[in-house]
Design a binder for this molecule. Structure first.
Ligand code: SF4
Length: 489
């Protein structure tokens, strides 16, 4: 039985119970200390400062979908992160020829009375109102924690209300309390899309040149163009799903010759379904960030499709061109130190890229860890040791680590960047969907941005002089991982 036969998807903790970690830390690298990476075990924290609810990345995907209303069923604050994400939605839609389109999200804004009496009627009325007001093709009814606690039947409401509206109603079960892994977000969104936007029956792979490239909310159109260009040189056509994909286009995913993941931790749920039900094979191994990773990503695809020789020729040409472009920058990076903080795959793949540029990696903070990332971690075996911290945010640990390690540059999301900046460490935002990051183009683009950032660190030196962090001096005397407790082997 497929997971998608059930109305509610399993959480990541259940799907990957042996390998998924929400908390942990280790010293990784080659030599005898490498083995400590293997003892990363399920652990907890005696103090936790904050974490990302799966709703945040789920909203990032859902609000990008054109002609779609995201109707949050929960407390009104649950959707607040959609406001911050709107800049990506507007820019992404404008880049794709649809300017002036905001993320369309509404909320049933459940209150105390609804918690006592139930919120199903409110949800049904909101679906009808959203349909009449905005005429979307799809309404995603998204459950936050409250309906999960009081037992509102999201699927029952959708079934009862469907005949009253033109839009297709897709229930999305994203109650934040259920999972400590923000990656659960990807499964819940794919679950809804897979159950409701794919045909019941399909002929299977009928398009010999189409390749499903599973995109992520953190890559922009520039990255998609880079990957499409590389596939185009092999005579292949890239179809990008799910971010910014039109609801009616999802059916095409069942006809492609093959699917390839850009971020393995993001995609396995959907790719397995495409293979099981529609016989579309898939590759899920590398993230095309960095020189070798991009080449390996392409070579895997070429090998699966019987295009090994043209792919090898393409990789050789691209690597030679990039080596020439980076020749002036690499001597400047040699021996500079870096700390990276991001989602599991992006952080590890970025570490590999930085090593290719000549940096020494001092530390990596990953929002979670699972078996998909073991491939990337193994690639980092050859090289100096580094600290590996599994933490869904926890800026206090990061502040302690940064103060000890004193890297030349920090790459991370904005919240981490502010911690680094206040310690006087130059910070580079880990991604900006307007910039290139993936493929050979992305490697060059990131190198240029790092060069500019490091060439003149005066701004961060000034910030560090005057800004403060909210921690006592005694915290910096303690071990950074003193609040992590191992709970099982
Ligand atoms: S944890 Fe629950 S209440 Fe908080 S934002 Fe996420 S879904 Fe909403």
């Amino acid at each position: 039985m497929s997971y998608l036969d059930s109305p509610v998807p399993p959480i990541r903790e259940r799907r990957h119970p042996e390998t998924a970690l929400a908390h942990g830390a280790a010293r990784c690298g080659h030599g005898p200390q490498r083995s400590t990476c293997a003892v990363l075990a399920q652990s907890d924290r005696s103090f936790t400062q904050g974490s990302i609810c799966p709703l945040l990345p789920a909203l990032g995907i859902m609000t990008s979908l054109p002609e779609t209303v995201v109707l949050l069923h929960g407390a009104v604050g649950c959707g607040s992160c959609a406001n911050g994400n709107n800049v990506n939605v507007r820019a992404g839609r404008a880049a794709r020829g649809d300017p002036g389109q905001d993320a369309m999200w509404l909320s049933t804004a459940l209150n105390e009375i609804n918690v006592i009496n139930g919120g199903e009627e409110k949800l049904a009325a909101a679906i009808v109102e959203a349909d009449a007001t905005y005429h979307p093709k799809v309404i995603l009814t998204v459950s936050g924690c409250l309906p999960g606690v009081i037992g509102d039947d999201l699927d029952g409401v959708a079934a009862k209300t469907q005949s009253q509206v033109k839009a297709k109603i897709l229930p999305v079960h994203c109650e934040g309390f259920k999972s400590r892994f923000m990656a659960t977000a990807y499964d819940v969104v794919y679950h809804a899309l897979g159950r409701h936007l794919l045909p019941e029956k399909a002929a299977g792979p009928t398009d010999p040149v189409a390749v499903n490239v599973m995109n992520v909310g953190s890559m922009g159109l520039t990255d998609e163009k880079e990957l499409a260009k590389l596939l185009g040189e092999l005579g292949l056509v890239a179809n990008f799903f799910p971010v910014f994909a039109r609801p009616e286009s999802f059916a095409q995913a069942t006809q492609a010759r093959i699917s390839i993941s850009v971020c393995p931790t993001h995609d396995d749920y959907f790719l397995r379904h495409l293979e099981e039900k529609y016989h579309v094979p898939y590759i899920i191994r590398h993230m095309p960030i960095g020189i070798k990773n991009t080449s390996q990503w392409l070579l895997d695809l070429g090998q699966e499709l019987g295009l090994t020789k043209p792919t090898q020729a393409l990789v050789k040409k691209e690597e030679a061109e990039l080596a020439k472009a980076l020749a002036d920058l690499k001597p400047f990076f040699a021996g500079k130190t870096a700390f990276i903080s991001a989602g599991e795959y992006r952080s590890l793949a970025t570490a590999l890229l930085l090593r290719e540029l000549g940096f020494k990696i001092l530390g990596i903070r990953s929002f979670h860890f699972d078996s998909f990332a073991e491939v990337e971690l193994a690639k980092l075996d050859q090289g100096e040791d580094f600290i590996f911290n599994v933490a869904n945010v926890q800026p206090f640990e990061e502040a302690n680590l940064l103060k000890r390690l004193k890297p030349d540059i920090f790459l991370g999301h904005w919240h981490g960047n502010s911690t680094a900046a206040r310690l006087g460490i130059p910070a580079q935002v880990i991604y900006n969907s307007g910039y290139a990051y993936l493929g050979y183009q992305g490697a060059y683009d990131l190198a240029r941005r790092l060069y500019r950032r490091l060439k003149n660190p005066a701004f961060y030196a000034r910030v560090g002089q005057f800004a403060t962090l909210p921690y006592r001096a005694s915290w910096y005397q303690e071990e950074p991982f003193s609040h992590i407790r191992e709970t099982q082997q």
